[in-house]
Design a protein around this ligand. Sequence first.
Ligand SMILES: *[C@@H]1O[C@H](CO)[C@@H](O)[C@H](O)[C@H]1NC(C)=O
Ligand SMILES: *[C@@H]1O[C@H](CO)[C@@H](O)[C@H](O)[C@H]1NC(C)=O
Ligand SMILES: *[C@@H]1O[C@H](CO)[C@@H](O)[C@H](O)[C@H]1NC(C)=O
Ligand SMILES: *[C@@H]1O[C@H](CO)[C@@H](O)[C@H](O)[C@H]1NC(C)=O
Ligand SMILES: *[C@@H]1O[C@H](CO)[C@@H](O)[C@H](O)[C@H]1NC(C)=O
Ligand SMILES: *[C@@H]1O[C@H](CO)[C@@H](O)[C@H](O)[C@H]1NC(C)=O
Ligand SMILES: *[C@@H]1O[C@H](CO)[C@@H](O)[C@H](O)[C@H]1NC(C)=O
Ligand SMILES: *[C@@H]1O[C@H](CO)[C@@H](O)[C@H](O)[C@H]1NC(C)=O
Ligand SMILES: *[C@@H]1O[C@H](CO)[C@@H](O)[C@H](O)[C@H]1NC(C)=O
Length: 758
Amino acid sequence: MLFFFFTWFLFIQDVGSTSVERSTYIVHMDKSLMPKAFTSHHGWYSSTVDSLKPTIPIVTTTSSQYSTTPPRLIYTYNNVAHGFCALLSQDELESLKKSLGFVSAYNDKQIKLRTTHTPEFLSLNPSTGLWPASDYGKDVIVGLVDSGVWPESLSFRDDGMRTSPIPAKWKGTCEVGQEFNASMCNSKLIGARYFNKGLIGARPNITISMNSARDTDGHGTHTASTAAGNFVESASFFGYAEGIARGLAPRARLAVYKIFWDEGAHESDFLAGIDQAVADGVDILSLSFGYDWDVPFYENTIAIACFGAMESGVFVSHAGGNTGPGYLSIFDSIPWTTTVAAGSIDRSFAGMLTLGNGLSFTGWTMFPASALVEKLPLIYNKTISSCDSVELLKNVYSAIVICVDKGYDVFNQLRVISMSNVAAAIFISNEIFETTSDFPWPGVVISSKDGPAVINYAKTSDRPWASMKFKQTMVGTKPAPAVASYSSRGPSRTYTGILKPDLVAPGSLVLAAWIPSNSVAMIGSNIYLSNDYTMLSGTSMACPHVAGVAALLKGAHPEWSPAAIRSAMMTTANPLDNTNNPIRDLGNNLTFASSLAVGSGHIDPNRALDPGLVYDTPPQDYVNVLCYMNYTQKQILTVTRSNRYNCSTPSPDLNYPSFIALYNNNSAIHTFQRTLTNVGDGVATYNAEVIAPTGSKVTISPMTLIFDRIYDQKSYTMSIEYESGLNETTRYGSLVWVDTNRTHTVRSPIVLTPVVTY
Ligand SMILES: *[C@@H]1O[C@H](CO)[C@@H](O)[C@H](O)[C@H]1NC(C)=O
Ligand SMILES: *[C@@H]1O[C@H](CO)[C@@H](O)[C@H](O)[C@H]1NC(C)=O
Ligand SMILES: *[C@@H]1O[C@H](CO)[C@@H](O)[C@H](O)[C@H]1NC(C)=O
Ligand SMILES: *[C@@H]1O[C@H](CO)[C@@H](O)[C@H](O)[C@H]1NC(C)=O
Ligand SMILES: *[C@@H]1O[C@H](CO)[C@@H](O)[C@H](O)[C@H]1NC(C)=O
Ligand SMILES: *[C@@H]1O[C@H](CO)[C@@H](O)[C@H](O)[C@H]1NC(C)=O
Ligand SMILES: *[C@@H]1O[C@H](CO)[C@@H](O)[C@H](O)[C@H]1NC(C)=O
Ligand SMILES: *[C@@H]1O[C@H](CO)[C@@H](O)[C@H](O)[C@H]1NC(C)=O
Ligand SMILES: *[C@@H]1O[C@H](CO)[C@@H](O)[C@H](O)[C@H]1NC(C)=O
């Protein structure tokens, strides 16, 4: 089960036959047109809304009652968006559209949410590389927009941080609320706020079960501790994955913005959260949620908010989604954020099976307790070995049964076993357990290679018996990482001209902090266990890893822009796994993964510290793409908020660290223009090394770039040429800029894929 895959549904009202009901709209305004009579945006917006006097009795969608009250302003936005959220009828919306400064409006939509070992897996090391270079992210502020925080978690203690003052630029606060007072923040958790006016506006009668930044779900606590949790001795999931828990940036400051509620999640609340986070002074944002359907950028609140964040220099890590493994399964992938795919970790959880004849086997298990399975009778009976009904097992007591995979998968067999009187089970199956930590009964899963020896012993021995031991953790599992099957794949549905996702980070079975009030495991069908740490899987878990690494890079290089940080991570990402072969794909039978699944590869933090060169991307580049997409001036203004940008140079492409060309049946040449900035010290000479996608020819001009000093910029063109008759397959290549003594390799994937129609 993918644990993070919670869905928060917007409360969709029953719309009656009448057209005068009210619902919540997000309205974007052109602030440059604000009349001089107003001293603040707030005054202007509230006067605009007040002027929409109802002419007929209104039925509000939420209470189904006639109302003669004026339409109501819920939020005003002034940083990452210019405009407001208001409860409006269709008629009021129509008259608002004629108001001065109106740009666009759309319905308030729903949004969906989408580690002890991971720092070592990423080779983060206290004595060398990115951890010491950044002082563990000291003084970088990471904002988590999620389901809040459990402030008592050990991961959010400020041990070792109290002596250094909170950065002076910080303007945030620790908002008081239900079971949350200001003394729950400290030098680690420096801010906590909550946003639910949009939710309440749409459903006035709602009772918010925990009206504060306190997390009653667990998702927010997990992601926050992954990005920037402090050091915690001996955290584990019931003995599995035991070790020192800490986030990727253990000394960074954390600020949480709660927008996901047990009762639902509205994008108006999300927009208010980001608007505030940017004003508060966060450096990094981690967003583990998104839309699982096509939303154009001008109606995608996440895209809109992140554009403003990017302009303010805030790096945004965004979960790529869990809708894989199909081609074109990535939704709302935003050019100005870093889009994160999920991969596996080189860790597995084992149980030891020992037979009466002395043979022993290592199997897979996550049974969360220390059950005594010592010298119990072992039963192999072909009839019952399907383990698919409790009825079949009714005569087995206090024995170990062998279950064979006959198409009824292990987790269903496990559920049946957990309702029987069987003491423990041995499951013979080659299933790969990517995401689950749900193992409610004693048992181990062994491979079909080991199966025959166990069955043979059970069949031929007089009084066969076996023992089991649980809670063993093995690291160094190969191959790892592998891209997770659920991780969403490109090309991007919103705009195919940019390769998404950008890179892979650990996402499967990530151990991080949890809340005490939600159970994390079960024994049988009615014993629920709680724990301070739990393992979850999803791009939701991969996203805060990238946010944490970005915090470290920001700490080491405070002058780098969000695009420079992204470029450093992408061009140094590793396309190979721990067997030195290309990263494999758990969603495609462990064949080599496509760049449409892994982007540039797996994040390699220490190498990102010193990338040599970066592709920096000025905001106008993104606007040029929006212009190329034929967005109207108002649609573009909705995203950009200002007339600072124009459409004089529309472009299908931008200064991005990766390449994607879409082919149809005709021969063609695609040309890409790129500019590299030297962030290494002093003079450097780089040469291009190219692997062309099969069936194409790639030309780089010039093939050598000479940089005279730090921040020197040099441009090149890459053209990819192909004949007609490429079949429908996707082909891959790469361009690597290598300096003379090979200290820096600046790699970009090249993807050649058929033109997409959907
Ligand atoms: C909301 O509350 C009002 C006043 O208490 C009540 O009359 C109304 O029926 C409630 N509406 C819904 C949808 O529950
Ligand atoms: C905040 O709450 C904690 C725990 O309930 C309590 O110990 C503490 O005294 C409270 N602080 C203030 C300032 O109210
Ligand atoms: C196997 O199980 C079936 C169903 O419970 C039972 O009828 C049969 O006798 C068992 N066979 C042996 C050899 O125990
Ligand atoms: C996966 O690979 C195995 C071994 O090569 C093969 O037997 C099996 O049919 C493949 N499954 C799929 C779904 O491609
Ligand atoms: C934009 O519009 C022009 C003119 O109608 C058209 O040729 C072009 O294909 C459109 N571009 C995109 C990306 O849809
Ligand atoms: C568009 O923007 C560019 C760069 O900011 C500027 O040089 C140019 O004059 C602008 N063009 C128009 C028509 O405003
Ligand atoms: C491309 O060619 C193939 C085979 O000749 C044909 O089946 C397909 O429809 C063509 N596609 C387009 C977009 O013309
Ligand atoms: C590689 O070359 C750069 C300058 O081009 C120099 O600064 C660096 O020390 C060299 N590294 C090694 C290992 O020779
Ligand atoms: C397409 O071409 C590739 C490489 O030439 C080849 O491996 C593949 O089998 C071909 N696929 C089809 C459907 O013809």
